[in-house]
Design a protein around this ligand. Structure first.
Ligand code: UGA
Length: 432
């Protein structure tokens, strides 16, 4: 497994749990040292235990030497980062191609070279070319095996997937992949064998569709506010239609994270390069960016249009609960604007504080817990729906705060209970 980031580490640990021998290669010395000492550099429920147990069982190891790790491997997964390239939104594939070349040099016999990172259509074929150019003598196949796991429930998603997609043109490679995923055949998880380009595109299409679903319900939520409808009932009303489905219809401040923003943008670029239109997804990108940028205005409006000198508590900073990931989190533009407009921001996040510090204004005060953040605040904003915020007693919040404005961007509270407690309560897409 080349790359010990989110995807590499989770997939590596899970493949080891399936009974395979896995060597994870990590280039960042600090990350590698942490892994070798049994410290997991990311927060992901269950991952710690899974890594420890598989290391103890001798099935999982960490190192920095690609040659040593891949020499006798049956399959090599490339799971290095593919950040958005500055300027043009294309995925930056330099790490992927560099890894492919290093792997090619070190291989000793037939191997399947698999991309697990999300890579643009055509990357698999380009990797095959690189490997052929580097090692004309080598017997190998390439495959695309995109990962569909979610942060926060990554292990469950890997172990009990809705489906596994494997793109390859070789029966020999399919056989290797079948062996690696054997336990999933036993639980009858759908395993889809496709062509290389099809698998690559499926990943972008899946993420773009989910991003579109969220953007759709966000737009309906705004409409609900205008006409006095309740977005949760609308979501249920449409979601019970099996063709639509109930999931991913929860309104909020706009999607963030390391995947949807990057992958929607990349799909648009892929389409442009191929001379095709991706107007729907292009619109999703624009609408979501505008939504995140505009969310602070809701808070400012709830505070009467001026927040200079006010104290605002912000609950939740990460892009979603159960992660410490701050990438493209809606909290970034929200907090920046609140501080810029003269508010004192008291923030609390259960896991993301350290990741948040470099991304948020220096003036932000980081608090011990939700009640600490709310203490003396004129207004309170829920940005991320951590469970511990759902369970806060409204009376306790009310007693801690100086003011009574609550802007709940995740709809975690019951409007009736909040209003009964004396709050001026605003949420997303519900009648006020
Ligand atoms: C997403 C996909 O869900 C995974 O299937 C995929 O494998 C992954 O990207 C990836 O490409 O690696 P992830 O980014 O971890 O996973 O998180 P999600 O749970 O999908 O949430 C993404 C964003 O959408 C969050 O900001 C979340 O708050 C938002 N969201 C999600 C909503 O606003 N409403 C919803 O109903 C669902």
């Amino acid at each position: 497994m080349i790359g010990g980031g989110y995807v590499g580490l989770v997939s590596g640990a899970c493949f080891a749990e399936f009974g395979n021998d896995v060597a994870v290669v990590e280039a960042d010395p600090a990350k590698l040292a942490a892994l070798q000492e049994g410290r997991i550099p990311i927060f992901e429920p269950g991952l710690d235990r899974l890594v420890t147990e598989n290391v103890a069982a001798g099935r999982l190891s960490f190192g920095s030497d690609i040659a040593a790790a891949v020499a006798d491997a049956e399959a090599v997964f490339i799971a290095v980062g593919t950040p958005s390239r500055r300027g043009d939104g294309h995925a930056d594939l330099s790490y992927v191609y560099a890894a492919a070349e290093q792997v090619a040099r070190a291989l000793r016999g037939y191997t399947v070279i698999v991309t697990k990172s999300t890579v643009p259509v055509g990357t698999g074929r380009r990797i095959a070319q690189i490997v052929r150019d580097t090692r004309p003598d080598l017997e190998f196949d390439v495959a695309s095996n995109p990962e569909f796991l979610r942060e926060g429930s990554a292990i469950g998603d890997f172990m009990r997937p809705d489906r596994v997609v494997i793109g390859t043109e070789s029966e020999r490679a399919r056989e290797v992949m079948r062996r690696l995923y054997r336990p999933l055949f036993l639980i009858e998880a759908p395993i889809l064998f496709t062509g290389l380009e099809t698998a690559e595109l499926t990943k972008y299409a899946a993420n773009s569709f989910l991003a579109m679903k969220i953007t759709f319900i966000n737009e309906i939520a705004d409409l609900c506010e205008r006409v006095g409808a309740d977005v949760h009932d609308v979501a249920r009303g449409i979601g019970l239609d099996g063709r639509i489905g109930r999931k991913f219809l929860h309104p909020g401040p706009g999607f963030g994270g390391s995947c949807f923003p990057k992958d929607t943008l990349a799909l648009v670029r892929i389409a442009q390069d191929a001379g095709a239109a991706a107007r729907l997804v292009e619109t999703v990108v624009a609408v979501n960016d505008a939504r995140k940028a505009g969310m602070a205005m809701r808070v400012i409006a709830a505070c009467g249009g001026n927040i200079r000198g006010r104290t605002i508590a912000v609950l939740g900073l990460t892009f979603k609960p159960e992660t410490d990931d701050m990438r493209d989190s809606p909290s970034i533009p929200i907090v920046a604007r609140l501080v810029e407009d003269g508010a004192t921001v008291r923030a609390f996040d259960p896991e993301g504080t350290e990741q948040a510090r470099p991304l948020l204004p220096g003036a932000v005060q980081y608090c011990q817990d939700a009640i600490d953040a709310a203490t003396g605040a004129d207004a309170l904003v829920v940005v991320t729906e951590w469970n511990e915020f759902r369970n806060l007693a409204p009376a306790k919040l009310r007693a801690a705060m100086r003011g009574n404005v609550v802007v709940d961007l995740r709809n975690v509270y019951d409007p009736v209970a909040m209003r009964a407690e004396g709050f001026v309560y605003h949420s997303i897409g519900r009648p006020s």
